[in-house]
Design a protein around this ligand. Sequence first.
Ligand code: AKG
Ligand code: FE2
Length: 320
Amino acid sequence: MTKLSKSNLETKTPKLDSIYTKYFDQELSNLIKRAKFKSDKCGIETMSKLTPEILKALANGEICAVRIKGFCDPSLAKRATDKIVQYGHFRNWKLNVKGAGEVRTDTDYGIGLPSPSDSPGPALDKKLDIYWKRAIPDIRKIRSMFSPDLSPFDRLRLELDEVWSGGAMLEEFPNGKKAFAGLVRLIRPETLYKGAAGKWGIAHVDDQSTGTKNFWSANIYLRTPREGGELNIWNIKMGEKSANNPLYHLICSRLAFNPEVQEVIHSRLFKPISVKPESGDLIILDVARPHAVAGFRKGLRIALQSFIRHGPSGELRLSS
Ligand SMILES: O=C(O)CCC(=O)C(=O)O
Ligand SMILES: [Fe+2]
């Protein structure tokens, strides 16, 4: 066993104070150190099928997430995953962070592309062209991985349309182009961050505009590790107070994808509520609440993912 000397202990567990001074000025540091969240005690509901009532409860902030157990038959999930892993050219999902350029996340994606998030300009235009061109062929490619069975992602689109007043559809851009939805996301032990974010996950929200209402994410889990890989959700009381909370702003920012900043975030958050997805489960969660995928040592964690926004006429709009 290596003996830990004081100096290598220091490099392994960077002191919080030095992280504060590295990333924030004195005033912001003090605000973050004083910031507190209240839990609203909302939970994660497990159901056997999607119902209008449970989605309304999610929309009204009465629950944090809904899990549909066995939404996809586990043996179908296994068969499709074997094909997906063989076929997919997995790449790390990178984010543009102001001042730090592209930073890696803990997640790789295979079939499909996440919608580009660059600021307006020629680089974004180029990425959007590729995204639009590939959207429908990639949706069909994923469908083919489950053939001759119904893809669970297609089933999700159908069932959301059936149960939600206002219906469900693929997100459509102002130019009439359809979005891609149902991204294959893969997390491996090797891609996890070190430190708190590797243990509890990268605490984040998925929309940088703080306090967005009714912005959900759906994940259909195809393969999950035997131990670890829980979905952690912080059931913070949402509203004006949380939207103005400097810690919430930090979690919403791209800086949250910095492993050192995660040390600060985790030191300030209370214990999350947690759910361990199993192969075949569907979870729809409110992604305005901080959430994270807990680390694991062995195995793969693969899911088909889509965001769900509420459109102007009350319809659900899906895009990855
Ligand atoms: O994989 C999961 O359980 C949730 C991932 C996530 O952060 C999301 O869907 O927004
Ligand atoms: Fe997320």
